[in-house]
Design a protein around this ligand. Sequence first.
Ligand code: HEC
Ligand code: HEC
Length: 282
Amino acid sequence: MNIKAMTAVAVVLLAPTFAYADADDDTMVLNEDISMVTKTAAPAHLSDALDEVMSGWHFRSDETQAMQLDDFDNPGMIFVEKGMETWAKVDGSEGKSCQSCHDDIDSMAGVKATYPKWNEAAGEVRTLQMQMNDCRENQMGAKAWGYDKGAAINMEAALSSVSRGMPVNVATDGPAQSTWEMGKELYYARTGQLELSCANCHEDSYGLMIRADHLSQGQINGFPTYRLKNAKLNGVHSRFKGCVRDTRAETYKPGSKEFVALEMYVASRGNGLSVEGPSVRN
Ligand code: HEC
Ligand code: HEC
């Protein structure tokens, strides 16, 4: 904990309930079956900044945590089912469904853990949603889904659900490195009237209570996330947008190259944590 930054955040936000509470020591076993890694040694690229990385799950109340432990209690699973239905549904001019080429959705186990990822043929870093839309447009002759919108987020949740328990493993080197570095720059840039960076809150001050909210490390291994606040699945870029707006800065659009780069960098900060999506948060 960096005391200077912590004080800065507390003063700037005039938090009425300024307090510090450690991440709890609970363990997550999904469906009484899969042991999830929710705390682990920070990846090497973070060793100057953090010893340990932790899932946002540790910062939620017992009630919210419990909802994520069993698929029958997790409201996000309704949207996973919708995504799975879409997986098998024919759409577009080519008369194909996702399943026509990819088989069962279980064949996608492990894929979510590696995204965002470099695509050699396209010469770009792609998020899972970009890849899905590329398949829709260029393989199915179907219209692209809106970024972070219902159909896209449901499919992302379905793809994530079949990777739950697998370690996040986003490559930071090779041809993707320049995108990763752009994301890192955005993460540490102070923005807005409040002049706060992502790191000021999620690296220097996690554990703090601000506005009755327990500040986490801002990890994205649990996305898409079902939020009790808006009772729907929320995408990574939409969450970024909300956080940037809270610093009273102009924000980027979901799907923008800035948010793609930021997603890649933030995902890599969680390398080693289990894929949890769809998680439950407040
Ligand atoms: C006509 C065949 C076809 C259809 C239909 C299709 N895809 Fe694909 N998909 C591909 C091919 C080919 C690749 C590899 C592309 C590449 O690497 O550039 C791919 C790659 C992917 C990947 C990345 C896998 C990885 O290991 O990185 C995902 C995720 C994916 N598709 C999802 C979908 C979804 C979701 C749908 C339905 C909305 C869909 N695809 C429909 C052919 C298809
Ligand atoms: C003023 C402090 C502040 C700043 C600056 C900030 N956030 Fe957040 N962020 C929060 C709060 C409060 C929450 C809700 C509690 C939590 O999950 O940490 C949150 C939640 C999140 C979450 C959800 C975590 C989960 O487990 O569901 C992510 C991801 C995130 N932030 C990323 C970012 C990124 C990336 C930036 C920089 C663009 C950023 N935040 C900037 C305060 C901040």
